[in-house]
Each structure stands twice: as C-alpha cells, then as structure tokens.
Design a protein around this ligand. Structure first.
Ligand SMILES: *Cc1c(COP(=O)(O)O)cnc(C)c1O
Length: 450
C-alpha cells in the first residue's frame, strides 16, 4: 500500500526511472516542478511592478539547484539568487545565460572568491565589506582589460539585521572607496540592498516597529548614496514574508526563497494555503521490517520509548545521516526520561485509510521506528509499503503532514527540514516536461525525470 498520492508519470521512461529509484534507494524526495512554477507565478503577481529574484541558494533549499531554477524562470522570475559563488557559477555553466536572467551572489570572504570569473560570467556581486571592495576592484581591472566587463555590484547595507553589509557608521568610508571606482569605470552600481530580521511576524507590534525602523534606515542609506552621486537603479529588501505582506517595500525587486518552495516563512503567519502556495516537495520512504512486539518493549537507543500496549512496529529506513533530525525523536512517559513528546509525523496507509503515526524512540543514523499502535496484520501494513513524512497538504491535523509539522517536532523551522536532506535521498521531478521546454529539459539528469 502507499500513503503517497498517485504520481503522474510523464512517460513510460518516467515510470521506469521511478521504479529504478525505488530499487536503488529506501526513500525518495519527489519535487513537483509545476508547484514550483505556480508558486513563482503567484509571487510574481503579488510583486506587482517589481521584478522577482528566485532565491535558489543551498541547492534550491534542498530541491535541486538546476531544475528548481528553471522552474522559477518558467514562473516568471527574471533574477536568481545564490549565497555561494560556486552555485551562481554552476547556474551559468549549466547554460542559464545572461539573456535569461540576472544572477546575484552574496556570501564570500573578500580574499578567495573567483571574482574575475563572476564578472566574466555576468554574475552580480554583493559588496558589504572593505576587503570585498578592494578585491572586486582588482578583479575588474583585469576583466575590463580582457573582455571589457565591469563588475556589477549591489551595495549591501546593514539596516539592522546585524549580519552582512555596511553599517551607517562605516558608510561614508564605503562611499569614499566606491565612488572613485565607479568614476574609473571598474564597477557599476546596480543595486542597494539589505535583509529583514523579523518580517515574518506581522502580528507582533514590536517586530513590525523594528521592521519599520529597518526600512527607515534603508531609505537613509539611499539618500546618502544619492548625495555621493551613485544612485542604485534597483533596490531590494523583501524576502518571502515581506513579498507577501509588505507591498510598500517591494521596491524594484523582491527576493522570495521559501515561498517558491511552497511554504510561508513562519506558521504563525498561517499555512501555505493562506498565501496560495503549494509545497513542492514530498519525502516518501518504503518500510523496512514490520513486526509484532509485546507491551513494555523498549524502542531504539536509550529506551526513551516503551510500547504502551501489545503492538506492531515498522522501520522507516532513513535517519539522521539522511537529514532526519534526531531532535524529532519521540518519547513517552514510560521511557527512561519520563518525557512525553511525540516524534515527527509519518503518514501510513492502513486498511481503514491513512493514519498519521509518529517517530517512536530515538532517530538512529540510518533508520527510525514507528509504533503502529495496532497489529500490522490487522492494519494491513507490510514491509515495502510507501509512507510519507511530509508533502503538500493541510498539515498533520488533516492527516497530511508538512515540513512545518516536522519543524515543530524537531524544534526548528521548515527551511532546515528540507535543506538538511542529504544526497542519499534522490531528488526526482514530476511535471518536468509540462513546465520546461525541451532545451531546459535537456539540462536535467534524465534519470531524475519522472
Ligand atoms: C535566504 C535569503 C532570502 C530568502 O528568504 P526567504 O525567507 O526564504 O524568502 C532573501 N534574501 C537573502 C539575503 C537571503 O539570504
């Protein structure tokens, strides 16, 4: 039996790829490119006149860099954003040229990054440190001479996040370093940008006030740039939360990340459905050993879970080495620690319909155990059945767990749930031919197209 929906295969080969993945891996991560495209379409429509950057850092939040980037472009994104330079270069190397989108990269140390390559590949670079200014200027001296390309930079300002960017105190010095480089024709100021600390708490007045303060500071930076004679044509500040909730700060470009993958930034804001988003990723696995155990049987390391009744257990063959959080372990009062805490949810199909059960005991390296709270033979649960850890849906209460439910169980955020999934779990794509044209489709590993 399977607790997953019916997958729509695009061709007999797609079905063959799926069967091959079931044979090769105990779990699969299935990403719906139609959901990714439609989420982007929605984010583009709420962004109004602003352009939209699909943030595809961290392997597109674990969804797979190239397929997700292509789906974002199909949905109307005209920019892509990555943290690391390596990922930005990978996008260009895959064949996503400057005719299709701008790319911005922002996490580096000022000394080791291949700035020349970035400039040659028409990749925009964030600048928020003095070491960065110095090295980019050096690189641009070479590229202007070798291929006539200036560095396209986005000046990062720290409007209150306390992470990257020039502070108000250091900004005069930064402007004094930047202006001559513009005049010399080495750099082109494309953007001014910053990041918000608490845009995902629209109901907390204190946080709204702090976001308003960040916005005011952002405007002050703009004014100071203007005074120095270097106006940035593109200002950007809005992450997913602000893209959805703060149209007043869309400026010329929005930068949604998690929304593209179908999640609201914080469950306190509502559910994906509240924002007309659809989670793109489903994590499914095939059960290993299913067996009967007596009441009072210890389950997994540390005996943190003792079976309350005579029952059956099932093994889900992925663990923390696959990115399943050990903090999503499930304890019960009878266990050694006398703690009552349900583990991460798992949707399992039984003869009477789907049930959501929970990780019982500690998550191990390669597997975890689920108490079925009943006899497997009566429930009809068998080794090889497909179960779902999370997918698109209305949440655990509705029998359809999402990454938000796993985040709650693991005391973290959905972002960490999907970015932690490791490469022992293959990423497979449904609706790829529907979303991508033939040229783009050819950029995917054929084995991953279902
Ligand atoms: C990750 C990131 C984003 C996207 O944030 P979401 O909350 O996922 O929308 C935008 N801007 C910067 C600088 C980021 O690092």
């Amino acid at each position: 039996m399977t607790a997953a929906g019916v997958w729509e295969f695009s061709s007999p080969q797609g079905l063959a790829h799926y069967r091959n993945a079931l044979e090769s891996y105990p779990a699969q991560c299935i990403v719906d490119l139609r959901a990714l495209r439609d989420n982007m379409r929605h984010l583009v429509s709420v962004s109004g006149d602003a352009a939209v950057m699909g943030v595809v850092k961290a392997d597109a939040y674990g969804h797979g860099l190239i397929p997700s980037a292509l789906a974002a472009l199909a949905g109307g994104a005209t920019w892509l954003g990555t943290a690391q330079a390596r990922e930005a270069l990978a996008l260009r190397r895959s064949g996503i040229g400057v005719d299709r989108c701008h790319i911005l990269t922002w996490v580096y140390n000022g000394t080791q990054v291949p700035f020349e390559q970035l400039i040659e590949q028409d990749i925009d670079i964030s600048v928020g440190s003095f070491a960065g200014i110095t090295r980019i200027a050096q690189a641009a001296r070479h590229t202007v001479a070798s291929c006539g390309k200036r560095a396209r930079i986005h000046v990062k300002v720290d409007s209150g996040f306390g992470r990257n960017g020039f502070t108000p105190e250091s900004f005069d010095q930064a402007l004094a370093a930047l202006v001559p480089l513009v005049e010399e024709g080495l750099i082109e100021i494309i953007g001014q940008w910053s990041h918000l600390a608490v845009a995902d708490s629209p109901d907390v007045p204190e946080f709204v006030a702090s976001t308003d303060k960040q916005i005011a500071t952002f405007h002050e930076f703009t004014a100071r740039m203007k005074q120095a004679g270097i106006e940035a044509p593109i200002r950007h500040l809005a992450n997913t939360a602000a893209t959805l909730d703060r149209p007043d700060i869309h400026f010329e470009l929005t930068r949604p990340g998690v929304g593209l993958y179908g999640y609201e930034p914080d469950p306190a804001m509502g559910t994906p459905q509240t924002y007309r988003l659809r989670p793109a990723m489903t994590l499914q696995a095939q059960l290993g050993t299913v067996k009967d155990v007596a009441a009072g049987h210890g389950i997994s390391y540390g005996r943190t879970y003792l079976t309350p009744d005579n029952t059956s257990t099932a093994i889900v063959p992925i663990g923390y080495a696959d990115g399943i959080h050990r903090s999503a372990s499930g304890f019960d009062m009878q266990g050694a620690q006398h703690v009552n805490k349900p583990g991460g949810p798992v949707r399992i199909m039984t003869r009477e319909g789907a049930r959501v059960l929970h990780v019982s005991g500690r998550v191990c390296m390669d597997q975890f155990i689920v108490d079925l709270h009943g006899k497997a033979s009566e429930l009809g649960v068998q080794e090889g059945d497909t179960v779902v850890l999370f997918g698109p849906g209305r949440g655990e209460q509705a029998g359809e767990p999402t990454a938000d439910d796993w985040a709650r169980a693991a005391d973290t955020i959905s972002y960490e749930i999907f970015t932690c999934l490791r490469n022992r779990i293959p990423r497979l794509y449904v609706h790829a031919p529907e979303v991508l044209d033939d040229a783009d489709l050819a950029l995917l590993d054929p084995q991953t197209i279902l």
